[in-house]
Design a protein around this ligand. Structure first.
Ligand SMILES: [Zn+2]
Ligand SMILES: [Zn+2]
Length: 195
């Protein structure tokens, strides 16, 4: 998993998954907006904008001291809308950063594995299908429920261990610690994953 924020990984994955996930000839565009806010204005709502937040597992590196860390609570915010009149859809994405525990300066942007990117985009496409195309979110609901239960149990066990620090060379985990709100940009803006 890379510690680098890689926008192209996201836009390429989005393009690839678009055909598979959406059974539609509508044109969808994917953009980044690093100043995106969560709250939609009335006007934006009227124009069809919706918000989807995803909580992902990402990795960071401090630009100052090169320390690396991982977090299971990296928030990705998406805004999306489909304009029926033009058959054009738009997705805007904002990744939230985390600050280095030592330096406590800038928020570093997260790096992700391809799997994490696909999982986040699957969630997004699920919402788009449901809210823009009136499709049910998933057909295999029964199977999913079982899986969800198992996952929840695992998550509970790990609840107190959401962040991991690594040795300087990035090889060994030295400790696990709870999510640090003061170092999380999403927490600061009141938009972190729900507990
Ligand atoms: Zn640092
Ligand atoms: Zn947070």
């Amino acid at each position: 998993m890379s510690t680098d924020w890689t926008p192209t990984l996201w836009s390429e994955c989005f393009e690839e998954m678009l055909d598979e996930e959406l059974d539609s000839s509508d044109q969808w565009a994917f953009h980044f907006n690093y100043g995106l806010t969560e709250a939609l204005t009335k006007e934006e709502r009227r124009r069809g904008w919706r918000v989807y937040n995803h909580c992902a597992y990402g990795r960071f590196q401090c630009g100052g001291c090169s320390k690396t860390w991982r977090s299971a609570r990296v928030v990705l915010m998406f805004r999306y809308r489909l304009r029926d009149t033009t058959a054009r859809g738009t997705v805007l994405m904002r990744p939230y950063g985390q600050a280095c525990k030592r330096c406590r300066e800038e928020f570093e942007l997260p790096g992700f594995s391809q799997n994490e990117v696909e999982e986040a985009l699957l969630g997004l496409f699920g919402k788009i299908k449901k809210n823009c195309y009136d499709e049910d979110e998933e057909e295999e609901e029964e199977e999913e429920e079982e899986e969800d239960e198992e996952e929840e149990e695992e998550e509970e066990e790990e609840e107190e261990e959401e962040e991991e620090e690594e040795e300087e060379d990035g090889s060994e985990k030295v400790s696990r610690r709870p999510h640090e709100k003061a170092l999380c940009e999403a927490c600061r803006l009141g938009n972190c994953c729900q507990e």
